[in-house]
Design a protein around this ligand. Structure first.
Ligand SMILES: [Zn+2]
Length: 524
């Protein structure tokens, strides 16, 4: 049995630079008692074929058959993706090499006859030619592996740990938030359980660029991969460290030992949050203009804020996960909308963008909400519950009949914050609501809508249930007047119909008190 260490698992060079930056030294921990791990070896015999071969040893616990399954979705990405459809050539054998019977008895299930062996070896190949943040990519200079499309698991056995060995081309390095395995070949990692394996993407390449920093005793790595020519990695890591420090001030602590930003420059798009990492798809637009760079910081800040809001503080429905049937929740406006609101605010509060950048971004969102008619058809809660059935932002969205919980959720956060600040004379804000909710609902159990609303009412010192009902559960127009009056803002040109109609600007006759309220919103 190998033993394990808890150091950050992004290759030797990072581990040494993290130590040089003053991180705590490595500590050895014995392998915890508990179920015997599944042992996966992932190989890439032909990079240009865009596939990976997986060989795994599954303990059988002495049973005559083992039921293996592939997830159908990935937490954070509310789409059925049926990863089993990209699995091929499933075969099983005993430890002595004798072939074992495999029955593909459901779209994402395989039943293996064990012949009484203590463990069975199962091999399969996965197609890895997709560039989304939930799928796998294997190419000539880059590999992106996500847990759900890569790892078969024993059904109803979520607490079993996993060991993952990567057989990479010579000279390549890998990066992930998983712990490394001591006394094992390089690129060997340990997942505490299946959730951890699914929640910890792995990237590898021949040109990974790794910067690290420490905030509040927690180690962070920014790993750039893909088409990184022209990208200023050191500057990006410095700027990320600034909003991470701002997030730490906001929450009072950072709830992890280490965190990894996996920043992949490639075609495609999007980012996905994980407990101890995020997988980002970035493009040249991030460095072609100053505004593009601020948008990139907002994007990374959003994914990072999720480490606290949704990966820990979460709606009650979002965990523990059923990987064969995704959950529905009415609360994605909190998990996504408020994450966008604070993602942008953290960038401004840490001095990386001017106040005007926040007002511009909020203006754009208000325009996106107010111009199409979908807001008059679908409520915010219904939008969240409908996440599995419809696009919630972007080109595929049915703007005539649906509303985005990202867009309306962010705008609702802006209005709720203003309301709490006004009700309390700026002594309390939505920040306090988030911290209070975190203290109550970031553990084993998440919050119900009623519980989150009760926290907000308590902080506001006023019953907000009528406000929540109107904003979440009716299609009534949002009322901007309170926020505009509190901050001394107005819409630039109420006489026109286009986006300009919804452009927020500071009133020239704003009072000193109003200016102070706005300054308080942006203050660290
Ligand atoms: Zn998000």
């Amino acid at each position: 049995m190998p033993s394990f260490i808890s150091r950050i698992a992004v290759g030797l060079s990072l581990a040494s630079s993290a130590c040089a930056a003053g991180a705590p030294g490595h500590s050895s921990v014995a392998r915890p008692a508990g179920p015997e791990p599944v042992d996966y070896t992932v190989a890439f015999p032909d990079l240009s074929a865009h596939s990976a071969t997986i060989t795994a040893r599954f303990p059988t616990s002495g049973k005559p058959t083992v039921d293996l399954m592939m997830a159908v979705w990935s937490p954070g990405y509310y789409k059925v993706e049926n990863y089993a459809d990209r699995v091929h050539d499933v075969a099983a054998r005993s430890p002595s090499g004798a072939p074992l019977n495999v029955v593909h008895d459901a779209r994402n299930h395989w039943r293996i006859s064990t012949g009484g062996a203590a463990g069975v070896m199962v091999s399969y190949r996965v197609t890895a030619d997709q560039r989304s943040v939930t799928t796998d990519w294997v190419g000539d200079s880059l590999i992106v592996l996500n847990g759900a499309p890569t790892f078969m698991a024993i059904s109803n056995d979520a607490h079993r740990p996993a060991i993952v060995h990567l057989e990479l081309p010579r000279g390549w390095r890998s990066a992930t938030s998983l712990d490394t395995v001591r006394d094992a070949p390089s690129d060997s990692y340990r997942a505490a359980d299946y959730d951890d394996a699914v929640d910890s993407p792995i990237i590898a390449g021949d040109n990974l660029r790794i910067d690290s920093f420490v905030v509040g005793g927690s180690r962070h790595a920014v790993v750039d991969a893909g088409s990184i020519d022209g990208w200023d990695s050191a500057r990006a890591a410095r700027d990320i460290a600034r909003f991470v420090a701002e997030d730490r001030r906001f929450w009072g602590t950072l709830p992890y030992d280490h965190y990894v930003f996996l920043n992949v420059f490639r075609r495609g798009g999007g980012g996905l949050e994980h407990r101890n990492s995020t997988l980002l798809t970035s493009s040249a637009a991030a460095y072609s203009t100053p505004a593009g760079y601020v948008r990139w910081l907002d994007f990374v800040s959003h994914e990072y804020f999720h480490a606290m809001n949704v990966k820990r503080l979460r709606p009650v429905e979002l965990g523990p996960f059923d990987y064969e049937a995704g959950p529905k929740t009415p609360s994605l406006w909190i998990s996504e909308g408020l994450t966008t609101y604070y993602g942008d605010l953290m960038v401004v509060r840490s001095g990386l963008a001017p106040d005007s950048a926040f007002l511009s971004a909020m203006s754009a969102l208000i325009g996106q909400l107010q111009m199409p008619p979908g807001r008059l058809v679908q409520t915010l809660s219904a939008s969240s519950l409908d996440a599995w059935n419809s696009e919630n932002s972007g080109v595929g969205m049915d703007q005539a009949n649906t509303v985005s919980y990202y867009t309306k959720g962010t705008v609702a956060g802006f209005l709720l914050d203003a309301r709490i600040r006004r009700l309390t004379g700026d002594r309390r804000s939505l920040d306090d609501v988030m911290r209070a909710a975190y203290a109550l609902y970031s553990g084993a159990r998440g919050f119900t809508p009623e519980q989150f609303q009760a926290v907000a009412s308590r902080i506001a010192g006023s019953d907000l249930s009528a406000w929540f009902h109107r904003v979440l559960d009716t299609v009534d127009e949002l009322d901007y007047s309170e926020a505009l009056a509190w901050y001394g803002l107005r819409f630039a040109d109420a006489s026109t119909d286009g986006a300009r109609r919804w452009r927020l600007e500071i009133r020239s006759d704003a009072t000193p008190a109003q200016r102070a309220h706005l300054a308080a919103l942006f203050a660290p």
